[in-house]
Write a protein that binds this ligand. Structure first.
Ligand code: ZN
Length: 111
């Protein structure tokens, strides 16, 4: 089943298969110092910039800021959740666990 992913309302929502699944207001915890100089970035998401599907993973780049140091910008690709290949159900990740943005999407064609 092909997965259909869009951003809605100027990046406030990500819809998966025509259902609004992820709201932007979450606080994400990002590892690695890639976004700012904090060891762990407490990232306040303000808008989804790009969304995509990689295999069963729903991914997005998110604009926002670190609430520790105030740095703002756009993250690398973050996995928002997975779509069950058989049922099409979306299973979100926990934003408060530590995420590792990747600079580029893995090279698999968009379904
Ligand atoms: Zn920071």
């Amino acid at each position: 089943m092909a997965t259909d992913v869009h951003q809605l309302d100027d990046g406030a929502w990500v819809s998966v298969n025509d259902t609004r699944e992820v709201n932007v207001s979450d606080l994400w915890r990002l590892a690695g110092g890639g976004f700012c100089s904090c060891q762990l970035t407490d990232f306040l998401a303000e808008g989804f910039v790009e969304v995509g599907v990689d295999g069963g993973n729903v991914e997005a780049r998110i604009a926002g800021q670190c609430i520790q140091c105030g740095a703002s910008g756009v993250t690398g690709w973050l996995t928002l959740g997975r779509v069950d290949p058989e049922t099409g159900d979306f299973r979100p990740v926990a934003p408060e666990s530590v995420h590792r943005p990747s600079r580029r999407r893995r090279d698999t064609p968009t379904a």
